[in-house]
Every structure is written in structure tokens, then in C-alpha cells.
Design a protein around this ligand. Structure first.
Ligand code: NAD
Ligand code: UD1
Length: 335
């Protein structure tokens, strides 16, 4: 079974390639290197002893897609390739709609041309917007507070309509909560370019001595300690969810939205303290005003993933921090 993984050498894609190979799948990657490096292919080879073919190109380029689909007998597609920075999407909405929505339409067209009908899509908990109660259930109304979020709502709709229009199609719309951590090898992980927007890579850089302190955005939320609560999921667990989704698509038609989260939330301070435990000492922080657009709490309802995919997360917050710290130390050459 051969899987085309778009954006397959990015953060979540690289971990998913490892899990796919370990589950016996053949993998082909298409990535334009806009947020990744070809050396990740070497790291995946080190972990799995398998070299995967990398096509360097853009998902919006139909010539590249023709090449990938004619040179490989693709059975299914996992589509990670997208732009993902929320504040950047506010500044550059057209680029986000072009890459994310345009890229998805381009892949769907190629799949139709080559008769491929199984699609796993990277959606996000951001599609639940700001007004739903926690835990978020898959049948809640969708909305978005940013152009990035709106691209995810739009792509879910396009894929659902595609599956409704052709009974051969099977689509898993995987709504990720907050992926953090890294592979146990320390060879792949999250290494955002520039100053990280997200909490976990920022804490990791404070621990590595790159930044002096963490800014905790808001301590007056309606949560036990006043800081924002999120459902963090180990990236390897998230990757396992894609293997489970592919297995599910073998025997199920139509489009299904499925949450991938741990079903348990942690506050900013709880994550910071768990990371301190992994590092072995305290990390400096200061309270700052709330970040625009943030909500009190996000948490996944996990029953659907359990029922449809027989899926449960395996790793807790301590492993997320230990593995993330191992990767950070290796990356910065810290003993
Ligand atoms: P990432 O930036 O690390 O990976 C995306 C990969 O896609 C990169 O390797 C990049 O070079 C590639 N890419 C981008 N645009 C492309 C294009 N037009 N053609 C070909 N390749 C392209 O991001 P990630 O964190 O691994 O996220 C993967 C997917 O999961 C994205 O769709 C993202 O929106 C979604 N997601 C991520 C998170 C998160 O917290 N990381 C949460 C929810 C959803
Ligand atoms: C953000 C995105 C979301 C995306 C997700 C994963 C926004 C508004 N939302 O979610 O669309 O799917 O990332 O990529 O950007 N925090 C700090 N200090 C920091 C960074 C974050 O206190 O330096 C806090 C935040 O206020 C929040 C929590 O940490 O309470 C988690 O933040 P973050 O990692 O950015 O994830 P989300 O905001 O959940």
C-alpha cells in the first residue's frame, strides 16, 4: 500500500512517515521545502532504516502531481502541506487561501484523474471557533476566528462535498488539538523558523537559553489557575492516529470528522512545570496581557476516535516534555 504524504517532512508529517513505515506502508513525500529541510529524509531513514522518495514541488503544481502519480501507484493521500501560522494568515489571507484551499483542490483534482479515492486531511481544533463549550464534539457548529481557521473550515467542506458527490471516496477529516513533543530518537521534532508563536517550542527555547523567559499570555482566564488550558497531544500519538485513520478508510466510505486529542487539558503553568521537571530546574516566566483571539479552554471529546478508529493516546505530559527536551538538546548541541 503506497501513501502519498504531502508536507511529509514537516513536523507532523515526518512523525507520521515514521509510523506509516513501521506499520508496513510504502511512503512517497511531496514537499516544497517552504517550512522543512531535505535532511529530514535522512533522519527518517536513520529511525526506520528505510529511504523514502522525496519529490520537491508544490501541491498546486499539476505537472509535479502528474509526475508523482504516474511514477508511483498511489493508494491513498495524507495531506499535511499547508501554511499554518495564525497571525501570519491575518496579514496574508490571500496567500493562505491560495496555498491551503488551492493546494487541497489541486490534490483532489489529481486524485480524481488517477482514480485515488482515500484522503486523510489535516484539520484543526481551530474549526470549533470561540463559542462552543468544552469538550468539543465533532457535530458542533464550525466557525473560525482567523483566515487560517477559515481555510480549514473551507477545506473540510470541499472534501465533504467531494465525498458526497462520489460514493467511492473515503475521507477522514482529522481535527488535531495541540501537538507537542518529538520522536524518542531526538532526530525529528518541531523547530519553527523565527520566534515561535506556540507555547511548547517557546518554552523549549527558554530552557535552551535562547530566550530569557516565557511570557504567559493572560492569568485571568476562567480556568483553575487563570492561564489558558489546551488539550496537548504527543506528536507520535497524533501520527499513530493517521495510521488508524488509513486503516479505517479501507472499509468505510464518505467523509468523517474525527478529533485527535488526549481528552484532557493542561494550563500554561502546568505545561511549564512539566517541562521544568524534564529539564531539572525552574524556568523563568512573567505574566503578560492576554493574546488577541485566545480562548479559556480547548479540549477534545475523544469518543468518536475511540469508537471508529479504536484509538487512544499512549503518552502523557511528562513524556511530551521529556521527548521535546531531548530533541531540543540534540538540536542545539546541549549536553
Ligand atoms: P509544518 O509547517 O511543519 O509542515 C507542513 C509541510 O508542508 C512543510 O514541510 C512545508 O514545507 C510543506 N508545504 C507547505 N506548503 C506546501 C505546498 N504548497 N506544497 C508542498 N509542500 C508544502 O506544519 P505541521 O505542524 O507539520 O502541520 C501539518 C498540517 O497540520 C498543516 O496542515 C497544519 O495546518 C495542520 N495542523 C497543525 C497543527 C500544529 O499545531 N502543528 C495543529 C492543527 C493542524
Ligand atoms: C494556536 C492557534 C491554533 C493552532 C494551534 C496549533 C492561535 C490563536 N491559535 O493554538 O489555530 O491550531 O496554535 O498550531 O494562534 N501561550 C503563552 N505564551 C506563549 C505562547 C502561548 O502563554 O509564548 C499560551 C496561549 O495563550 C495559550 C496556550 O499557551 O493559552 C497555547 O498556545 P499555542 O501553543 O499558541 O496554541 P493555541 O493558542 O491553542
Amino acid at each position: 500500500m503506497k501513501v502519498l504524504v504531502t508536507g511529509g517532512i514537516g513536523y507532523i508529517g515526518s512523525h507520521t512517515c515514521v509510523e506509516l513505515i513501521e506499520a508496513g506502508y510504502d511512503v512517497v513525500v511531496l514537499d516544497n521545502l517552504s517550512n522543512s529541510h531535505p535532511a529530514i529524509i535522512d533522519a527518517i531513514e536513520k529511525i526506520t532504516s528505510k529511504r523514502i522518495p522525496l519529490y520537491v514541488g508544490d501541491v498546486r503544481d499539476s505537472d509535479v502531481l502528474d509526475k508523482v502519480f504516474t511514477e508511483n501507484e498511489i493508494d491513498s493521500v495524507i495531506h499535511f502541506a499547508a501554511l499554518k501560522c495564525v497571525p501570519e494568515s491575518v496579514r496574508m489571507p490571500v496567500e493562505y487561501y491560495d496555498c491551503n484551499v488551492g493546494g487541497t483542490i489541486s490534490i483532489i483534482k489529481a486524485m480524481k484523474k488517477y482514480g485515488v479515492t482515500k484522503f486523510v486531511f489535516s484539520s484543526s481544533a481551530t474549526v470549533y471557533g470561540a463559542d462552543n463549550p468544552v469538550p468539543f464534539k465533532e457535530d458542533f457548529p464550525l466557525s473560525a476566528t482567523s483566515p487560517y481557521g477559515m481555510t480549514k473550515v473551507a477545506m473540510e467542506r470541499i472534501l465533504t462535498d467531494t465525498a458526497n458527490a462520489d460514493e467511492n471516496w473515503s475521507v477522514a477529516l482529522l481535527r488535531y488539538f495541540n501537538p507537542i513533543g518529538a520522536h524518542k530518537s531526538g532526530l525529528i521534532g518541531d523547530n519553527p523558523q523565527g520566534i515561535p508563536n506556540n507555547l511548547f517550542p517557546y518554552i523549549a527555547r527558554v530552557a535552551a537559553g535562547i530566550y530569557p523567559e516565557l511570557s504567559v499570555f493572560g492569568n485571568d482566564y476562567n480556568t483553575p489557575d487563570g492561564t489558558g488550558v489546551r488539550d496537548y497531544i504527543h506528536v507520535v500519538d497524533l501520527a499513530r492516529g493517521h495510521v488508524a485513520a488509513l486503516d479505517y478508510l479501507e472499509t468505510h466510505k464518505g467523509a468523517e470528522a474525527i478529533n485527535l486529542g488526549a481528552g484532557h487539558g493542561y494550563s500554561v503553568l502546568e505545561v511549564l512545570h512539566a517541562f521544568e521537571k524534564a529539564v531539572g530546574h525552574k524556568l523563568p516566566f512573567k505574566f503578560m496581557p492576554r493574546r488577541a483571539g485566545d480562548i479559556d479552554e480547548m479540549c477534545a471529546h475523544t469518543e468518536k476516535a475511540e469508537k471508529l478508529l479504536s484509538y487512544k493516546t499512549k503518552y502523557g505530559i511528562d513524556e511530551m516534555c521529556e521527548d521535546g527536551w531531548r530533541y531540543t538538546k540534540k538540536f542545539y548541541g546541549i549536553e
